[in-house]
Write a protein that binds this ligand. Sequence first.
Ligand code: HEC
Length: 186
Amino acid sequence: MRAATRRLTWLGLALALMLPGVALAQAHGGAGGAQTNDAARLEDGMRLYRADGVDCEWCHGWHGLGRGHDFEYADVQQAGGPALSTSLLDRAAMIELISCGRIVGERLMVMPQYRGDAWTAGLPCWGKTFADIPIQERPVHGKRQMNAREIEAVVDYILAVYRGKRMTLEWCLKYFPASRGICETL
Ligand code: HEC
């Protein structure tokens, strides 16, 4: 009985994960449109990744291999972030981390939070709200916040282009349409 319930829960979860994709494909003209739509969504994710104020690129690198800076980021000592190519997080965990952000060490570094409504009763982070954590553990906000769909597009871009792989020449040329030279360093 229990195993059956668990199987049903997993089935429900799988369906919940699949449905938005299906709905999106249909909104763009059914099965034929699905592939273009996917590619267009990934490119939307790419544009957000490098957009001013979102600035994922500034800390994780255009190639997703990570970057370090001595600059401060808001009241945090350093700006910079780990490689995304070696990330072990799955899609859901990435969405939560980008929505919620995270302070590393004693405000040594920050992964900014990109959902203004995160850490509230409506969108708790790892089961917590701001009321549950000390002020010094509250992440800095990204300068440009995103909605759920935008965060999903960025995550799908990371999964398609960086995680577990190297950025391809094809993606690099999309990323830098005006300066091909950079892509020769790949
Ligand atoms: C100010 C620098 C900074 C910016 C800007 C930034 N990050 Fe991060 N990011 C970090 C740091 C630091 C960590 C490590 C957090 C930790 O150790 O838990 C991190 C972790 C991550 C991880 C998990 C990597 C792993 O180790 O598995 C992902 C995914 C990620 N960031 C995506 C993004 C995306 C997408 C954006 C833009 C929307 C972004 N980050 C913007 C600094 C940054």
